[in-house]
Design a binder for this molecule. Structure first.
Ligand code: COA
Length: 164
């Protein structure tokens, strides 16, 4: 049926620090799960920023939230994202775009990755407007200051945030 339908038969990687996973991430993952055969949520072990949650906790929270999506797997990676994509034989990287402010960083990252690995394509999904302002840092800050984060993150994450 021509090129248009190619993406429906592929493996995609959705990378991030997920410290912790938010409803915004879950929105992107569930939509990606409908577009691709397999989605690997790749949790970076040591991001440039210091994480609040350990790698195993970040993965556990994700896995709990993704039980209903059988074609989504949660894994971790170190080093360059393109090396991990090659290792998993994935040709697609998914990124969510929240607001115009994300554009510069995402543009730079996508072009750098393409320079290093021309065979890998970055595909952007527009974040749902309800989560366009959301970030893991804000969620942690609100939780730390006693605010209600139940509309921003899944229940399992609310519980974990109460402990920090
Ligand atoms: N909804 C809500 N929030 C979202 C979101 C969405 N759809 N998408 C991203 N965010 C938030 C995250 O919670 C995070 O918030 P925080 O900064 O407060 O923690 C922020 O946006 C950015 O996070 P994320 O998308 O997870 O990106 P990241 O900067 O943590 O991770 C990597 C980026 C891991 C993909 C990138 O650093 C990488 O590939 N590293 C590997 C090394 C490499 O290959 N480098 C070369 C790259 S050119």
């Amino acid at each position: 049926m021509g090129k248009r339908y190619l993406i429906f038969m592929k493996k995609a990687i959705y990378p991030g620090s997920f410290d912790p996973v938010t409803n915004g991430h879950l929105d992107i993952i569930s939509r990606a799960a409908q577009l691709f055969d397999e989605v690997i949520v790749a949790v970076i072990r040591n991001p440039d920023k210091k994480t609040k949650f350990s790698l195993s906790k970040r993965k556990k929270m994700l896995k709990n939230c993704l039980l209903g999506l059988p074609n989504v797997k949660v894994n971790n990676f170190d080093g360059l994202l393109i090396d991990y994509a090659r290792l998993r034989e994935a040709k697609i990287i998914i990124r969510g775009l929240r607001a115009v402010s994300d554009f510069d960083y995402e543009f730079q990252m996508a072009l750098t990755n393409r320079k290093m690995a021309p065979e890998i394509e970055t595909i952007f999904l527009m974040t749902d407007y309800r989560y366009s302002y959301l970030s893991s840092s804000f969620v942690k800050q609100i939780a730390r200051l006693g605010g209600d984060v139940s509309a921003l993150v899944p229940g399992a994450v609310v519980k974990e945030l109460r402990r920090i």
